[in-house]
Design a protein around this ligand. Structure first.
Ligand code: FRU
Length: 491
């Protein structure tokens, strides 16, 4: 154990397990003042294996308390990804009316190579997730399939029943099942192949969101992960916008032209949203990694980190309603101080540094007018011969993150072979950037979270400088706000 959380590259405000391997977030659920985070976990080592559900709780999605492993591999069946719900009306009968059960729905993965198989199973807890019982009549869905995984269960209010969306990875499809009680499931429909199909489909999510500025209008979002074949290479996520009537998901007509990527970086996978959140909030977080190199990133004695929790919304665009993501407002609780600057004029070729702008864990927000510049950017985690560049290119209308010189880059051949780029339009010459930097990551939220780039980086601890630059013309920064962030592990 390492309670100090002070090892090289240890994230300071992102979730990581104390030790050992972690991949997907699982079972994200809010219940009685607590957020639960379960995660794909190997209790025995730093590589993928013995998959179980690790567990942590928090009251703000930032400060986490580690709890014992919730669900362990047993009898040759690993506990693969899945979700959790609070069965408030005790429809399952696994609890009582006074003490409704928390129910985890996960994939059972058979480790016997002669009998490859995946099925859907449940477990329940009657003590706020502290202890778990596997349902005796598991599995609850068995289609004798080799690839059939990652159930996400939601309560569908209109039809008053449970809906499970689950992936058929190699067929590039998801299936929808319905149930009155979480135990008996009926196949309703399938969706796919659609969108990007260059890899297996995994870890679907499904939720409804209001459309900003359209009274009473809402759309359904179906999110599906893809490995490999994602926009930045390797694993990543896409989403579809449409309607869902409790049986079938139908993609909106105008939504069909191009793939909607949830994030254009290399390190955003298996995203899942919390269920049962108060105030109709929809918040999700992802595994901040890529299957291309997840097993060889230079960290010890743990491996794997989650992104910051992000609040979701739908904004109207010319292509129809589109997802945006913003860091949760809870983040303000870990602001150390605040530096605000106004009217910074950058001339071409100038590199600007400010005494207050320095750090290895911070948030930085800017409203930038491009004027006649060709490129604008900020170099973060800059030190001797290393830097991570976050920038905007006017001619290409692209946001980019370049980690080619970010520190330890020889991690894997796919780690620093490309620059991550995302389409981004200026609005009357303006762009906004909201940047979260931690000891081993950069998350960029551009134009109010409409475009995202999430990347891991492994710079030296001493690389703490920040530099602003302009190329080919002038740039005007209307406002720049900078907040050094506290560690969530020793406060
Ligand atoms: C996604 C995934 C899931 C699976 C889990 C196994 O990263 O491959 O499809 O349930 O990881 O650990």
């Amino acid at each position: 154990r390492s309670p100090a959380y002070s090892e090289p590259h240890r994230p300071q405000f992102h979730f990581t397990p104390p030790e050992n391997w972690m991949n997907d977030p699982n079972g994200l659920v809010y219940h009685e003042g607590e957020y639960h985070l379960f995660y794909q976990y190997n209790p025995y080592g730093e590589q993928w294996g013995h998959m179980s559900w690790g567990h942590a709780v928090s009251d703000d999605m930032l400060h986490w308390e580690h709890l014992p492993v919730a669900l362990e591999e047993e009898n040759g069946i690993m506990i693969f990804s899945g979700s959790a719900v609070v069965d408030r009306q005790n429809t399952s009968g696994l609890g009582t009316a006074d003490n409704p059960p928390m129910v985890a729905v996960y994939t059972g993965h058979y480790t016997d190579e002669d009998n490859p198989r995946q099925d859907q199973r449940i477990a329940y807890s009657l003590d706020n997730g502290r202890s778990w019982t596997k349902y005796t009549a598991n599995p609850v869905i068995d289609e004798a399939m080799e690839n059939f995984r990652d159930p996400k269960v939601i309560w569908h209010t209109e039809t008053e029943r449970w809906i499970m969306v689950v992936a058929l990875p190699t067929r590039h499809k998801v299936r929808f099942y319905s149930s009155p009680n979480l135990l008996d499931w009926k196949l309703e429909s399938e969706f796919g192949p659609a969108g990007a199909t260059g890899g297996v489909w995994e870890c679907p999510d499904l939720f409804e969101l209001p459309v900003d500025g359209r009274e009473g209008e809402s759309r359904w979002v179906l999110q599906v992960d893809l490995n490999p074949g994602s926009v930045a290479g390797g694993s990543g996520g896409q989403y579809f916008v449409g309607s869902f009537d409790g049986k079938t998901f139908s993609r909106d007509e105008h939504a069909r032209e191009r793939t909607n990527w949830v994030d254009y970086g290399k390190d955003f996978y298996a995203v899942q949203s919390f269920s049962n959140m108060p105030d109709n909030r929809r918040v999700w977080l992802a595994w901040m990694n890529n299957w291309q190199y997840a097993g060889v990133i230079p960290v010890k004695p743990w491996r794997g980190a989650m992104t910051v929790p992000r609040e979701l919304g739908l904004a109207m665009t010319e292509q129809g309603p589109r997802l945006y993501q913003q860091p949760v407002p809870e983040l303000q609780q870990i602001y150390k101080e605040r530096h605000q600057m106004e009217d910074i004029q950058l001339t071409a070729g100038e590199d600007v540094r400010h005494d207050q702008l320095r750090g290895t864990a911070f948030r930085m927000k800017m409203t930038v007018r491009m004027e006649d510049a060709k490129q604008f950017g900020v170099r973060v985690r800059k030190g001797e011969s290393e830097e991570t560049v976050i920038g905007y290119d006017v001619a290409q209308e692209q946001l980019f993150v370049d980690r080619k010189k970010s520190g330890e880059v020889k991690v894997h051949e796919s780690f620093a072979d490309t620059v991550q780029a995302a389409p981004l339009e200026t609005d009357n010459q303006y762009i906004t950037l909201d940047i979260l930097v931690d000891h081993s990551s950069v998350e960029v939220f551009a134009n109010e979270g409409r475009r995202l780039i999430t990347n891991r980086i492994f710079p030296r601890a001493a690389s703490d400088r920040i530099e602003l630059f302009s190329r080919g013309g002038t740039v005007h920064i209307d406002t720049l706000t900078f907040w050094p962030l506290k560690s969530v592990w020793n406060t």
